[in-house]
Structures are given as structure tokens and as C-alpha cells.
Ligand binder design. Structure first.
Ligand code: ATP
Ligand code: ATP
Ligand code: MG
Ligand code: MG
Ligand code: MG
Ligand code: MG
Ligand code: MG
Length: 278
């Protein structure tokens, strides 16, 4: 571009490159979805169509951004994990966040009629906010993922009991809230079972565990590989050759993207899929 006397304004831009060699998590969250879910009469506590739409949009984001290794979604939020070696946009936070948010939102709106065929969207249209956080170790990243899945479990148990008290027990919201005040998980399970004959364990996996989106390679039998922790602890960084990295990238881009509802807190999920964190 030609020089001009206006060009100095470019210098006002702040650098926002994220720390190298760290796992980048971009978490997006639906803006005002309490209201949005009421407007479109989402079923409470879990509207299956809405969750499947979130999952479909997340899959599309992963297909367009091969640097994302795994994503986890619950309610109106999704966390996308960029591999620690990612160099997309020189790791500029604003570029990464805005690309994820706009790609996700575009697909959410594009795919809306597939999941809500009888309910056309109308303004105000759905929108999402986003943030990026860097996690330096695999343990930090796994703790992050565990944190979101525990949150899913706690909220879902609460919401399932809360809405059972209202929908099946005839309580109003205030009475239901009062009933649940100070209760533990065991109490909620007991309320569900003794009052409504609901065994929480039999609730759909998508509601209890949220949704994990990842590229599906061949599973590894437990105990037949180096753990990611061992790889992480090597004093010398393992340098892959350029072609190896390129090939991996191509293979990653081609692999089938799946949505599953699995426990990501225990080691098993990660042990069987070592490519996710290596
Ligand atoms: P903010 O803009 O601050 O995020 P919010 O209203 O979106 O505000 P959240 O904490 O993100 O607040 O909560 C999401 C809301 O959307 C909750 O009320 C939740 O019940 C509702 N919601 C999201 N997904 C579903 C779904 N699949 N089925 C039913 N309700 C849903
Ligand atoms: P990046 O992802 O890095 O932004 P880009 O290809 O979008 O890559 P830009 O510098 O943003 O690069 O340039 C936008 C491109 O889109 C230019 O080539 C510009 O000519 C083209 N373009 C944008 N709007 C129009 C338009 N209304 N008519 C014709 N061409 C357009
Ligand atoms: Mg441009
Ligand atoms: Mg929020
Ligand atoms: Mg929200
Ligand atoms: Mg939320
Ligand atoms: Mg452009």
C-alpha cells in the first residue's frame, strides 16, 4: 500500500500475540441466551435441537480450522482448543477469537432451519462472545476441560431436578428453588427418584456429559504408547521435520470429525487418543 500521512495510525494497534508453545482455548458463549431460549421456546432444561445445532456449528468451525484439536460444548458455550504449536494469524488473540466467533455464529444461523424447521429466526439474531486463554501444560488444559465438564454435571443435575419439581411436581420457580437450597448431589438424586421415579443415571449422555468434538483416528489400546506427560517432560523439544508436520496437518484436516458424549475427566479418553495432546 502507498505511504500516506495517515499511515501513522497503524502504530496505535496493540500487539496481542498469545504466548508461544501454550494450548490456546477460545471459549464462546451465547449472548443473552436466557432470553433467546425463551423466545424460541427451548424445552427446559435441555432442548435437544438447540444442543445439536451448537454441535453442528462447532463441527463446522473445526472443519474450517484444522489447528483446532478438540472442542467441548455445553449449554450455550463451546471451548475450542488450538494445538500448542498453532501459528495461525501469528497467534494474535483478536484474530483467533473473532474468526472462531464469526465462523461459529455464521454456521449457527445457516444451520438453524435444519434443527428448527418450523421456527424461522428473526432479529435480534443470535450472537456469541469469545475469549482466549493460554494453558502452558497438558495438565492445565485437562483441568480446564474437566472444569467445564464438572460444571456441566453440576448444572444439569440441578436443572433436571429444578424442572422436574416444576413440570412434574407442580411447584413454581420460587418453591423449587427453596426446595433445592442447600441440597447435595445425593439429595437431588433422591428427590428425582423418590418423587418422580427418575434415575438420573438414565438421563441422556449429551445432557449429563456435554459434547466432545474431535478428529477420529484409530483408537490406541491402553498401555501401548508413551503418555503425553512423558513427552511433555523431555528436556529437549522434539522437532518434527517440516514434511512430517505438513503430513500430520493434512491427515488431521482429512480425518472425520465426530461428536461424542464421553467422560473427559478420567485418563481413559486421552490415553486412547494420544494424538489429541501430542
Ligand atoms: P450471557 O450473555 O451473560 O451469557 P445468558 O443468558 O446467555 O447471558 P448463560 O449463563 O450463558 O447466560 O446461560 C445460558 C442460558 O441459556 C441458560 O438460561 C440456559 O438454560 C439457556 N440454554 C442454553 N442452551 C439451552 C438448551 N439447549 N436448552 C434449554 N436452555 C438452554
Ligand atoms: P485476510 O484473510 O488476510 O484478510 P483477504 O484475502 O481477505 O485475506 P484483505 O486484505 O482483507 O485480504 O483484502 C480483501 C480482498 O477482498 C481484496 O482482494 C479486495 O479487493 C477484495 N474485496 C473486498 N471487498 C470487495 C468488493 N466489494 N469488491 C471487490 N473486491 C472486494
Ligand atoms: Mg481487508
Ligand atoms: Mg456469559
Ligand atoms: Mg450465554
Ligand atoms: Mg453460558
Ligand atoms: Mg480480509
Amino acid at each position: 500500500m502507498a505511504n500516506s500521512k495517515f499511515e501513522y495510525v497503524k502504530q496505535f494497534e496493540q500487539t496481542d500475540n498469545l504466548l508461544p508453545n501454550t494450548w490456546i482455548v477460545v471459549r464462546i458463549d451465547g449472548r443473552g441466551f436466557t432470553k433467546f431460549s425463551a423466545k424460541y421456546a427451548f424445552e427446559k432444561p435441555n432442548d435437544k435441537r438447540a444442543l445439536e445445532l451448537m454441535n453442528a456449528a462447532a463441527r463446522a468451525v473445526m472443519a474450517e480450522l484444522p489447528d483446532i484439536t478438540i472442542a467441548y460444548g455445553v449449554s450455550d458455550e463451546y471451548s475450542f482448543v488450538f494445538h500448542k504449536s498453532c501459528s495461525l494469524f501469528e497467534r494474535r488473540a483478536s484474530k483467533l477469537i473473532s474468526t472462531v466467533v464469526s465462523t461459529f455464529t455464521a454456521y449457527y444461523i445457516h444451520l438453524w432451519p435444519v434443527h428448527f424447521p418450523d421456527t424461522p429466526l428473526s432479529p435480534p439474531l443470535p450472537s456469541f462472545d469469545g475469549r482466549a486463554v493460554c494453558y502452558p501444560t497438558v495438565q492445565n488444559l485437562r483441568d480446564y476441560m474437566s472444569w467445564r465438564q464438572v460444571d456441566c454435571h453440576i448444572n444439569n443435575l440441578y436443572n433436571t431436578t429444578f424442572w422436574a419439581l416444576i413440570q412434574l411436581g407442580g411447584l413454581d420457580a420460587t418453591e423449587a428453588e427453596k426446595t433445592l437450597k442447600g441440597t447435595y448431589a445425593a439429595d437431588k438424586n433422591e428427590i428425582l427418584f423418590s418423587r418422580f421415579g427418575i434415575n438420573y443415571n438414565n438421563e441422556p449422555e449429551m445432557y449429563k456429559k456435554g459434547s466432545v468434538v474431535f478428529r477420529d483416528y484409530e483408537l490406541v489400546e491402553p498401555g501401548t504408547h508413551n503418555t503425553t506427560a512423558e513427552v511433555d517432560n523431555l528436556a529437549e523439544p522434539v522437532q518434527q521435520s517440516k514434511t512430517q508436520t505438513e503430513n500430520d496437518k493434512k491427515r488431521r484436516a482429512k480425518a472425520r470429525i465426530v461428536v461424542q458424549h464421553l467422560d473427559i475427566i478420567k485418563d481413559d479418553f486421552w490415553d486412547r487418543r494420544p494424538w489429541l495432546l501430542s
